[in-house]
Design a protein around this ligand. Structure first.
Ligand code: CA
Length: 230
């Protein structure tokens, strides 16, 4: 697979230069934008594979950028921000960000996050095995990369979709926090279990909406399990 095209949206010149230098020396293809509107324009015109997004931009709030991109694309978005408060992190993840780096971050962690995201893109492109998974009213069409509830398309973020596929693959089995965070983000960074909880909560909201049916069971302190529908 070619190195993915990465769009960097960051107004801070030092951080932008650090990311650009890192990407360049690791032979990534990339584009940079210094504000939200030009970033959104590039996202539409250049169709990047991954977006690295600063939350605090001069013109448009980063969370709004995520929402606007999510209205037409599932492409992976890694948020880079100086904000360390939980509420900002949750707002960004809720809006559909896939991953989160808090400033100051190390070059090694940035590259690790990108490798994980790339692996996920490759895995999502080449799902093997059964083309369709069906569990009660829930359906996953692996070749289309889409999930449905009662034939209605579910608008899932890439992370939610990947979680759903992992749970579906081992339906009936409890999958531990460590297993899930490693599958999704690679080696466990300390904040990953908290992020997992947020993604799982939004996923559940989407697939259990308006129904008594429970598809995902929480095992407190252990992990999650997809239940087989009766
Ligand atoms: Ca900024």
């Amino acid at each position: 697979m070619n190195k993915p095209l990465i769009l960097v949206i960051e107004d801070d010149v030092k951080v932008r230069n650090l990311i650009a230098t890192t990407l360049k020396s690791n032979e990534y293809r990339f584009l940079t934008a210094t504000n939200g509107e030009s970033g959104l324009t590039l996202a539409v015109s250049q169709q990047p594979d991954i977006i690295l997004l600063d939350l605090g931009l001069p013109d448009v709030d980063g969370v709004e950028i995520i929402q606007r991109i999510r209205s037409w694309s599932q492409l992976p978005i890694i948020v880079i921000s100086a904000r360390s408060e939980d509420s900002d992190k949750i707002a960004a993840l809720d809006a559909g960000a896939d991953d989160y780096l808090t400033k100051p971050f190390s070059v090694a962690e940035l590259l690790a996050r990108l490798r994980v995201t790339q692996r996920r893109l490759v895995a999502m492109a080449g799902q093997g095995g059964e083309p369709i998974f069906q569990n009660g009213r829930l359906k996953i069409d692996y070749s289309a990369g889409c999930a449905y509830l009662e034939e209605e398309l579910l608008h899932l973020t890439p992370t939610e979709y990947k979680l759903l596929c992992l749970l579906a693959k081992d339906v009936g089995k409890v999958l531990t926090h460590t297993y899930l965070t490693e599958k999704i983000w690679g080696a466990s960074w300390e904040s990953d279990v908290a992020s997992l909880r947020v993604h799982m909560a939004t996923l559940r909201k989407k697939i259990e909406r308006g129904t008594e049916e429970q598809y995902i069971q929480t095992h407190i302190g252990i992990g999650y399990r997809m239940l087989k529908a009766e």
